[in-house]
Design a protein around this ligand. Sequence first.
Ligand SMILES: [Zn+2]
Length: 108
Amino acid sequence: MAAFSPRKRVVFTCEACGGVLIKRTSYLSHQHLRHDTYVCDNPVCSASYTGHTELTGIASPSGLPNARQSELPEAPAYARNLALKVYREAQAEHQLDLLDSQPANTDH
Ligand SMILES: [Zn+2]
């Protein structure tokens, strides 16, 4: 179960007392798979839990010119994000073109 902490982050809550679970330790068993231990922040309860977080897809491409190819499958949003990125780059170039072609001040 997830809830909002005072810091407005989505967090897990303790199933025993409803307290916020604090992430204590993490380790990677794979580049895309992280294991985590969570401890209830209620000192009287202090139940702890384990879980994992996994990257399952690439949602938008890196903007770095020589970025390594992702090993992950493309997420459903990938094609749309790629199209948006190309579109925004084209828009930015178009705006620079507009600035270049602005007429000089005509104050006469
Ligand atoms: Zn608890």
